[in-house]
Ligand binder design. Structure first.
Ligand SMILES: [Fe+2]
Ligand SMILES: [Fe+2]
Length: 343
C-alpha cells in the first residue's frame, strides 16, 4: 500500500518525515497539537496521522521505510494523539462503564446486556431494507479498512494473556484466520466480497476516501491492541464486537442479495452469522470472564473496551446514515494534492 494523502498540517508534517523529505521535529508537531481537537473522532488530520503511525506496526507502506516503526519521534507524536483520544473515549463512556460495573451478575451477562441495550442507529438494518447499490458499496469501503486486516489487532493480546484466557483467544483467532485454510481466512473472504462487488480488494486501496470517524474505529482497536496496559480493554472490545456481529451480518447478507450483488458477495457475511454466534460465547465467557476471575481489577477495563467499541461503532453509523439521509456520500470528497499541504 502507498502512504495516504495528508489531511492537514500534522499529517503533512509526519508524512514528510516518513518520506525522508524533512527531518523530524517533534516540538513543532506538539505545537500544532497544542489546542485540543473540537471533536477528535471526526478530526481528519489527527485520526489520519494516528492511523498512519499505527499502520507502521501492521504491513506498513511501500513508500515508507520499515525502520520508522519504533522511531522515538513517531512514538512521541503517537503518544500525544493517543492521550487525547483515550481521554475522549474514557469520558464518553464513563457513565456507561460506571453503571455496568455497579450492576449485579457475571461479566459475560453484563457484556451481553451492554450490547443489547445499545440503541444507536443500525447500519445493518439500513443495508438490509433501504440501501441502494451505491450506499452498499460505500458501506463495504468503510468496512474494508478493518476487514482486510480482520482480527490482527486482537492478536496482539495473545502473548499478554495467560492460562485459559490465552487458550480461548487462540481458539477464536484460529477461526478468524481460516482454521488452516486460506479460502476461510476472514480477511481473504472480505477481499472476495469486495471483488464480487466490483471493488478493489488491495489493502489501503480506499484510505484516501474514508473519513476520520471510520479511522477512529480502527485506531481505537489498534490502541487497545498495542498497549499491554489496555489488554483487558482489547478483550472487552473483542467481546462486544463479536456479540454485536451475528445479527448485522445476517442483515447485510440479505441486503446484498436484495440488491442483486453476485452470490459470493454475501459469503463473508453468511460466515459471520454462524461464526460470531460461537465467538461471542468464547470472548465473553472464556476470555473476559476468565480474565476478571484471574484479576478482578481488570473488570473496569473490560467494560471500558466494550463500551468504547460500541461508542465508536455508533459514531460511524451515525455519520454514515446522516450523510445518506441528506443525500450526500459518506465518503470524502477528493483530497488536495500533497504539495498543497507541504507533505
Ligand atoms: Fe471474522
Ligand atoms: Fe468473529
Amino acid at each position: 500500500m502507498r502512504a495516504p494523502l495528508p489531511r492537514g498540517p500534522v499529517s503533512a508534517q509526519v508524512l514528510s518525515w516518513l518520506k525522508g523529505r524533512v527531518a523530524p521535529d517533534v516540538p513543532h508537531v506538539r505545537r500544532l497539537l497544542q489546542e485540543p481537537s473540537a471533536d477528535i473522532i471526526c478530526d481528519e488530520d489527527r485520526q489520519l496521522t494516528l492511523w498512519t503511525l499505527y499502520e507502521l506496526h501492521y504491513t506498513g507502506f511501500d513508500d515508507i521505510g520499515a525502520g520508522w516503526e519504533w522511531s522515538p519521534e513517531c512514538l512521541a507524536v503517537r503518544r500525544v494523539l493517543e492521550t487525547e483520544f483515550e481521554h475522549h473515549m474514557r469520558a464518553s463512556t464513563r457513565d456507561t462503564v460506571r453503571a455496568v460495573c455497579a450492576r449485579a451478575g457475571g461479566v459475560a451477562e453484563r457484556l451481553f446486556a451492554l450490547v443489547l441495550e445499545d440503541d444507536s442507529p443500525s447500519l445493518g438494518r439500513y443495508i438490509q431494507r433501504q440501501a441502494d447499490r451505491s450506499e452498499a458499496v460505500e458501506f463495504l469501503i468503510h468496512r474494508s479498512i478493518y476487514n482486510l486486516k480482520e482480527a490482527d489487532a486482537h492478536t496482539w493480546a495473545i502473548p499478554r494473556l495467560t492460562g485459559a484466557a490465552k487458550v480461548a483467544l487462540v481458539e477464536l483467532q484460529y477461526d478468524e484466520y481460516g482454521t488452516g485454510n486460506l479460502d476461510r481466512l476472514h480477511s481473504q473472504m472480505f477481499a472476495d466480497t469486495l471483488r464480487a462487488c466490483g471493488l478493489d480488494s488491495s489493502v489501503g486501496a480506499y484510505i484516501d476516501e474514508v473519513p476520520a470517524v471510520t479511522l477512529s474505529l480502527n485506531n481505537g482497536l489498534t490502541m487497545f491492541g498495542l498497549h499491554r496496559r489496555l489488554t483487558a480493554a482489547a478483550m472487552g472490545h473483542l467481546a462486544a464486537f463479536e456479540a454485536s456481529s451475528s445479527q448485522p451480518s445476517r442483515q447485510v447478507a440479505r441486503g446484498l442479495r436484495r440488491l442483486g450483488f453476485p452470490e459470493p458477495a454475501a459469503a463473508y457475511f453468511d460466515e459471520h452469522v454462524e461464526a460470531d454466534a460461537v465467538h461471542e460465547q468464547v470472548a465473553t465467557r472464556n476470555i473476559c470472564e476468565v480474565l476478571v476471575t484471574q484479576d478482578p481489577r481488570r473488570s473496569e477495563d473490560v467494560f471500558f473496551g466494550a463500551a468504547a467499541g460500541i461508542y465508536l461503532d455508533a459514531r460511524v453509523a451515525g455519520y454514515v446514515l446522516n450523510a445518506w439521509a441528506t443525500g450526500r456520500s459518506a465518503l470524502l470528497p477528493e483530497l488536495p494534492a500533497p504539495d498543497v499541504l507541504g507533505a
